[in-house]
Every structure is written in C-alpha cells, then in structure tokens.
Design a protein around this ligand. Structure first.
Ligand code: N2P
Length: 457
C-alpha cells in the first residue's frame, strides 16, 4: 500500500491522534529522540511482521489487500494500523535526530563549545557588516546575535568606563583599543580558541602589535583612512571644472567654504580624526604632545565649523548618495558606499581623495569586553569573522579593506583594485597610523567640544 493512500484513509479522529502525537514528540528535547525512536521502530516492525497479510504480487492483489485493511474492523488490521502509526512516528523521530545532529555539529574551525547561554551582544559601527553574515553565523552556531550600532569611539569608551556595558564584542579603533586595554576593560584573547588567526596578514599584524602589544586584545576588522569625499558634478558646477579637490586647504579657506556650503559640507564628529587630520595639514606632528598644537588645530576647525551643515559620523554617507550634501570629511568605505548608492540611484559619482598633505589611516578592531558574559560565544564569533570567505563577503558589501591575507583572492576585483580602498605604495607613503598620546587626551576632548559649540552658534 502507498503511504499517500494510507493517509487518505485515516479518519479525522486518527489524523488528530497522529498529529498530536507527532506534535507532542516534537516538543521533547532532542536527547530523548534516540531513546524513543529506536524501540518504537523495532516494535512497529515486529507488529507489522506478525500481523501483515500475504504480500500482494500484483496490482490487483494490492488493491484487494488495501481495501481489506481499510474496511475490515478486525484485530489484525487494527494492529497493523498501530504498527504503521508507530513506525511513522519512529521514522519521523529518526529524521529529526539526524537533522538535529547535523545542525549541532560544529564547523571544523570551531574548537570550543558555546556558552550555556547562547546569546552574543555586539556593538559595531553603522553600515559596517553584511547582515547575511550575522544570519549565517546564527544558523551555523545556534548563537543569537544582538547587534547594536555605534558611531563614535568616545561614546563607546564612555559606555565601557561607567561599568558593565552589556556588550561582549566591541569595535574600537586601534588607538581606543589601546586605551581600553590599558584601562583593564578588555579580555585578553585566548588565541588557542582562534585558529583562524593564521589567515591574517603577518605584516599588518606586526604593525598593529606596535599598538596592541602582542596582538593581545584585538583582531583587525577593517582597515580605513580619513579623507575627503565629494560629489564630482556638484562641486565642478559650483567651483568650476578646473577646481581640484586634492588638499585639506579647501576646508579652511573661507572663500571656498562659502561657495561649497551652498551644496552642503559635512565633517566627522570625531576629535581624533578631525584634530589629527588638521595637524597633518598644518605640517605638525599628528601625535604631538603639545597642547598648543591642538589649540591651533581647534582654531582652524572653527573656521570649517562656521560652514558645515553638521558634524556627524554616519549620516553623511546617505546624504552624499542622495545629493543632499556635496562634500565632507569621510571614511574611505563610507565614501565608496555613497558612490555605489548614488550611481545605483542614477545620480552623480562620489569621489574620494587622500589629500596631498597626507591622511590618517588605521584599523577598527574587534575585541571582547572584560565583563563579557559570553566569552566562548565571543571567541567563536571572532574566529568566524576571520574565515577568509566571511570577511571577504563583509568587505565586498561595506567596501572597506580588511587585513586577512587569504580573503583578497575571494573578493570582488572591483574592490581590491580600487585605489581608494586598497592603497598603492605611493599613497601609503603619506598615510599615518596615529595614536594620540595619553597626555593630550583631555585637551583634545576640550578643544573638540569648543569647536562643536562654536559651530552651533
Ligand atoms: C562605517 C564606519 C567606519 C568606522 N560606517 C570608522 N571608525
């Protein structure tokens, strides 16, 4: 008899019995399946053997035998139905057992088991991940990711300073990672739990180790620079087609600023990016220890502050893309993203330049907080992110460079050959990885607050 025909002939009462049994069994924890499935299937087979009618040899015989089973209220056919029901439920349990076992099997590179509480709290920059990666991670590991968005190192730092932030994973820029590590707010990485560290570029790791000693607290997530992004058509329209955007000077020249403010100027709300880029423009040491240098840079920035539409670190990507603003201090990948979105909408190209005086470059890192309640889940997440195919997918999506040597070949060549994302040697010569000295942290914050309040007046 065919299974379909068996089901068609079940009464509504038996259907509900069968379905409710299956539903009840589905609610059982998977560990009970092997205990229940095997005896059920064996019992079903024995009953079925003892009570089975002569095996039909022809289609006609089969029809007759099925009809007999369907209609005869005999003890033997009842036993058969019971046997079939048992074997169906047992089979379903075996299927469930196989599928849950497959789901629970950790990937080869997952060398630890998750924490008992399968949650993970992540705090990362806006527009900084391919959402599919989070879904894939959750599906593979069974760990649920709670993902919050940040757009300022300072806010992140403040959250960690006041005590337990609730986050397991955070994404400080490298100089902030150093500060948080020095302040005892980060958990040293357990490298035995991170086999995928082998994929990271040893040269870049060595550079990073100069700041995060022995790569103790963080893994590099994205590599970035701080330059100028602009709408090529709008800027040419206002400034003339010969106008070159190749120097920080345009952000401090009132004649230029006055004109550009017609189409919208923006700047980052980030003291280190803004003050240190200005120091580079002024030909001063971007890691200066002199308070006066920061005060001078602050005075320059007040000029810019009179003309900016806003200081903000995430809104500008969308505004550049939609044409609401036309020029601004930007992070590399955000400018690329704005360009992509603008072109997709049939609007103008957005260009990104590293000014001729030089620019900041750096790394955003991923680190585990000292107060993390899910340190194993956090290590599993970091290890997952270091899989070449995963970080390649993220970089392709957010258009930032990464430090994973085995990911490059897997990425979209349009990204890896883009000189605004992966810099050539010549450009690298004028880039600075800057860690503001501890003694100027306060003056930087104070100067920056003055710039912001002066611009609001
Ligand atoms: C991405 C933000 C880049 C982070 N939207 C800069 N630290």
């Amino acid at each position: 008899m065919q299974v379909g025909s068996f089901f068609c002939r079940l009464s509504i009462k038996r259907w509900s019995l069968l379905l409710s049994t299956a539903a009840t069994l589905l609610l059982l924890p998977p560990c009970v399946y092997p205990i229940a499935a095997l005896p059920m299937t064996i019992l079903a087979s024995v009953l079925s053997f003892l009570s089975s009618p002569r095996k039909p040899h022809t289609a006609r015989d089969a029809t007759t035998a099925d009809a007999a089973i369907a209609t005869a209220p005999t003890g033997s056919s009842r036993t058969q139905r019971f046997a079939r029901t048992l074997s169906l439920v047992g089979g379903a349990l075996c299927g469930l057992l196989v599928s849950t076992t497959a789901m629970a099997a950790p990937a080869e590179d997952q060398v630890i088991t998750p924490d008992a509480d399968k949650n993970l709290f992540v705090y990362n920059w806006s527009d900084y991940i391919d959402p599919q990666v989070l879904k894939d991670f959750e599906q593979e590991t069974g760990i649920t990711v709670h993902y919050d968005i940040m757009d300022s190192n300072e806010v992140l730092e403040a959250k960690l300073m006041v005590g337990s932030s609730g986050y397991d994973i955070i994404a400080p820029s490298i100089h902030v990672l150093k500060r948080l590590g020095d302040a005892g707010l980060l958990l040293p990485l357990d490298k035995s739990k991170l086999p995928n560290l082998k994929h990271l570029d040893p040269q870049k790791m060595a550079k990073i180790a100069l700041i995060d000693k022995d790569n103790r607290y963080g893994i590099p997530y994205m590599e970035l620079s701080t330059g100028i992004a602009y709408n090529t058509r709008k800027v040419a329209e206002i400034m003339g087609s010969d106008f070159k955007v190749d120097s920080w000077s345009i952000l401090f020249d009132e004649n230029v600023l006055k004109k550009l403010s017609q189409c919208g100027i923006t700047a980052l709300d980030s003291p280190s990016d803004m003050l240190c880029s200005t120091l580079i423009y002024m030909g001063r040491d971007p890691e200066s220890t002199k308070a006066q240098d920061y005060e001078d840079a602050g005075e320059m920035l007040k000029i810019l502050g009179r003309y900016v539409r806003y200081f903000h670190s995430s809104q500008y990507a969308n505004d550049l893309a939609s044409g609401d603003v036309c020029i601004g201090v930007a992070w590399a990948g955000d400018a690329q993203l704005a360009n992509q979105r603008s072109l997709e909408a049939g609007l103008d190209p957005i260009a990104y330049v590293i000014p001729k005086e030089g620019a900041l470059m750096g790394y955003d890192m991923l680190a585990i907080t000292k107060t993390s309640k899910h340190p194993n889940n956090a290590h599993i997440f970091l290890n997952y992110i270091m899989r070449p195919e995963v970080i390649a997918k993220i970089s392709d999506y957010i258009r930032y460079a990464n430090a994973n040597k085995d990911a490059t070949a897997l990425m979209d060549p349009e990204i890896t050959s883009n000189k605004g994302i992966y810099y050539d040697e010549q450009t690298l010569q004028r880039m600075h990885i800057v860690v503001p000295p501890t003694e100027v942290e306060r003056i930087m914050t104070r100067t920056w607050n003055n710039v912001i309040s002066a611009s609001a007046q």
